[in-house]
Ligand binder design. Structure first.
Ligand SMILES: Nc1nc2c(ncn2[C@@H]2O[C@H](COP(=O)(O)OP(=O)(O)OP(=O)(O)O)[C@@H](O)[C@H]2O)c(=O)[nH]1
Ligand SMILES: [Mg+2]
Length: 480
């Protein structure tokens, strides 16, 4: 009886949600779509992939377009004005554009602080129409709502179709092969899920599992779900985040540890994951997924293979048909374009950018095929949102070596840097990664952290970048 009641509540609340969304869609449609189109652009990527720098530089370069020749509306002289406006969603934190820009472009520039939740910013553009009737029509107003959210939250989509038992079995299987999981597996060795729930024990397990997720992420792995264990925000310490995968038990009583964790897992899905997809994800039109591919290559084959898996799971979110939860939510609407961008390309001389782009394409191939099938156009690019280096060719062992030069983040000294030669054929990296190699054969890849360079910007110029204008053209150019 109790179960039936609970089932009913769920049905009623999801109907109510549906009604609300429809009303919202209708009022949006009347007030905005007819007169002032809105483009909602999602910016995501795993921690430290470059989201904040990307958004800050994109906005600065949309406001001052001197370095945006590949954005055709600008090249055609059709953008009359661009300015910031209050965002439409009152309950989402504003993206702190001014503070991030000040950090990146001040006298002693630095990288912005890490940001750990969703935020939003509206850029409004006044654009003259293109084509034959351009002269006859006045400028239109187009709003670009940029939504920054952690990529970890997207991976949680894979939880929606899983029971606690399935999730536990899959996670424990993956953990067997990972050094970082030793502590958690040791903690689990003395635990029987059929025993009565003991809250301190539950907390120890959740803490050990969270510790594993942090270590796995630090080692370059990206299959780190549940995402909020890494970025809990105000959910820190709540029961919805106090669970962990358990070994299957034959019979679990109502008060058992297993049942408690199962309930919490379901609560996490219903109260944390579902609202994010309903309130934010389902409203996006365009998406850029930022990837620190160089960082993963530096970390080694396992990190690269894991990145591939992470991208595949990320892309699952853009093919709503495969996930019944998402299909219900999207009601036929979809993200129309997805850009996969390898960030921080200023760590490489431009002679190696095609190789980086090819690796990005290969990494997202399965995923991209799926998205194309769903109607979303995808593209891969390598870019630097804020260029921190200059190129330099040095003679090394009698041969020219294409390097980049910049100010080191650590210590502030100038240094020339050669990260290693990326292969022309991406499979040279992806095949050993897929085959579970522990190290790259015959080649080491380095990364080095550069500080942003001090800038003197001329009027009308945004911060220096590499291919940010091409990224913008793919993402929004067709709508301007
Ligand atoms: N050289 C270079 N480094 C970059 C660039 N973009 C990002 N980085 C580096 O990557 C780090 C992370 O960038 P963020 O933009 O803060 O990344 P994020 O995805 O917002 O990170 P979280 O908020 O922690 O999730 C920066 O501190 C820089 O060290 C770039 O265009 N060039
Ligand atoms: Mg950030």
């Amino acid at each position: 009886m109790r179960n039936r009641k609970r089932g009913l509540c769920v049905v009623i609340s999801s109907i109510a949600d549906g009604v609300l969304r429809r009303v919202e869609a209708v009022s949006d449609g009347v007030s905005e779509a007819l007169f002032e189109p809105v483009i909602r652009l999602g910016v995501t990527g795993m921690a430290r992939s470059g989201k904040t720098v990307f958004i800050t530089s994109l906005v600065a370069n949309l406001l001052d377009r001197g370095r945006m020749p590949q954005l055709s509306a600008h090249a055609e002289g059709r953008i009359e004005a661009a300015f910031l406006q209050p965002q439409p969603d009152d309950l989402v934190p504003r993206f702190d554009y001014e503070a991030h820009l000040a950090a990146m472009t001040g006298e002693t520039p630095n990288w912005p602080e890490s940001t750990r939740a969703i935020s939003e910013l509206r850029v409004t553009l006044r654009v003259k129409p293109a084509g034959m009737f351009a002269g006859l029509q006045g400028a239109r107003t187009v709003h670009l709502d940029i939504v920054d959210y952690p990529g970890e939250w997207l991976l949680d989509l894979s939880l929606m179709g899983k029971s606690f038992a399935q999730w536990s079995a899959e996670v424990l299987d993956a953990l067997k092969a990972r050094d970082a999981a030793a502590d958690y597996l040791a903690a689990l060795a003395n635990v029987d899920g059929a025993d009565a729930l003991d809250e301190p024990q539950a907390q120890v397990l959740a803490a050990a599992f969270t510790g594993y997720l942090h270590a796995a992420r630090a080692a370059g792995f990206s299959d780190c779900t549940p995402g909020r264990f890494l970025l809990p925000g105000d959910l820190e310490g709540s029961p919805a985040l106090t669970f962990a995968p358990l070994a299957e038990v034959d019979k679990a009583g109502r008060r058992s540890l297993w049942r408690a964790f199962e309930r919490r897992f379901e609560a996490y899905k219903a109260r944390v994951v579902a609202p994010f997809f309903r309130d934010h994800f389902s409203r996006l039109d365009r998406q850029v997924v930022l990837v620190d591919a160089l960082g993963a290559i530096h970390s080694g084959p396992q990190a690269v293979e894991d990145l591939r898996g992470g991208l595949r799971d990320t892309l699952a979110a853009f093919k709503p048909g495969r996930n019944s939860f998402l299909a219900r939510l999207m009601r036929g609407k979809r993200v129309e374009r997805v850009l996969f961008a390898a960030t921080k390309a200023d760590h490489l001389h431009h002679s190696q950018h095609p190789q980086l782009t090819a690796i990005m394409q290969a990494l997202t191939r399965d995923a991209a095929d799926r998205a194309q099938f769903a109607g979303a156009a995808t593209q891969a690019v390598s870019l630097a949102a804020l260029r921190a280096t200059v190129e330099e060719t040095v003679i090394h062992g009698g041969k020219p070596l294409d390097c980049v030069r910049g100010r080191l983040l650590d210590g502030g000294k100038q240094a020339a840097f050669y990260p290693g030669a990326l292969p022309d054929d991406p499979s040279v990296l992806l095949t050993p990664a897929r085959d579970g190699a522990a190290k790259w054969l015959g080649q080491d890849y380095q990364v080095m952290k550069f500080a942003p360079a001090p800038l003197t910007l001329r009027p009308g110029e945004g911060p220096p970048h590499i291919r940010l204008d091409r990224a913008a053209q793919f993402l929004i150019g067709d709508l301007l």
